[in-house]
Design a protein around this ligand. Structure first.
Ligand SMILES: [Fe+2]
Length: 296
């Protein structure tokens, strides 16, 4: 089995980068959401912001390669009205690829833009063949930027269908060569809790030969006052330690991911505030390596 590397997500947060400076040399690669390094220039075009330069500097100084994890590709958005946005997004990625040389580039399943408006969290897609074809075409188009591209299983707070149909939908999407799955295990755990089914059933239906990367992270719960019936949902908020059940899913699914290239620990900006958070993240990165060592 080939070497699986350990990565960490860089966030556009000076305190985060400052506090985690002693930990960053330990990882093998950095994951960057390209859009977090963009700003609009005076002419309204996407241009690099200060974090673009800072992330590149960290990569150079620490000699770490990059993996791209986009958040605004919105592969499920359809219609001529979205064409210009898609082109502008991809043109900016061409420039980023020259700078970051992303080893692979992924985005989330879903629609993050509807009728020209960003909707913050990806919206679920109907899991049919015509939508699979839409997402497939977007991935193939993205291969003009990076040869290896992929899609992450998202968290949705409502669904158009049965969540357990999603593994088959992902298989339909990921037909072209060099299109991969980014398996986010905290997202699987979150969906399983919210939908009320066993996460193992989802994983059992998944074609793990398509998995190029695994995401590990933690989350929290919604405020009971948010919904009229007081229901509490698990959130994919990346603001806490990786929960033990997610570590167990990781250990169990790992032997099936024979083409895995990286395991990335994700943590949201604004959630690292002191030595205890830094120690926690360091020990999580080390635990990932221990689990990977146990596999080989
Ligand atoms: Fe993720």
């Amino acid at each position: 089995m080939s070497l699986v590397e350990v990565g960490f997500s860089l966030q556009p947060d000076a305190e985060f980068l400052d506090l985690l400076a002693p930990v960053l040399p330990e990882v093998d690669y950095f994951e960057v959401a390209p859009e977090t390094t963009w700003r609009r220039d005076e002419a309204g075009r996407w241009a690099p912001n200060g974090f673009h330069r800072e992330f590149l500097r960290l990569g150079q100084v620490l000699r770490k390669p990059f993996v791209g994890h986009a958040v605004a590709g919105s592969f499920g958005t359809v219609g001529e009205g979205d064409r210009a946005r898609q082109q502008e997004w991809q043109q900016r990625l061409v420039l980023d690829q020259r700078a970051f040389a992303f080893r692979w580039l992924t985005d989330h399943l879903g629609a993050a833009v509807l009728d020209g408006r960003a909707v913050a969290l990806p919206i679920a897609l109907p899991m049919n063949e015509s939508m699979a074809a839409v997402v497939r075409a977007r991935l193939v188009a993205l291969q003009q930027v990076v040869a290896d591209v992929g899609i992450e299983n998202s968290v949705f707070y409502f669904l158009l269908g049965d969540w357990l149909d999603e593994p088959a939908f992902l298989t339909r999407i990921l037909q072209p060569k060099h299109t991969h799955l980014l398996l986010d295990l905290h997202n699987v755990f979150t969906m399983a809790e919210n939908v009320g089914v066993d996460a193992e059933r989802y994983l059992a239906a998944l074609d793990c030969d398509r998995v190029i990367e695994i995401h590990l992270s933690g989350g929290s719960h919604s405020d009971a006052r948010w919904l009229p019936d007081g229901r509490v949902l698990r959130l994919d908020s990346h603001d806490h330690a990786v929960p033990e059940p997610v570590w167990r899913l990781f250990e169990r699914v790992l032997p099936r991911c024979r083409r895995l290239r990286g395991v990335t620990l994700e943590r949201m900006e604004g959630t690292v505030h002191g030595a205890a958070d830094v120690d926690e993240l360091r020990s999580e990165l080390r635990r990932i390596r221990e689990v990977l060592r146990g596999r080989s």
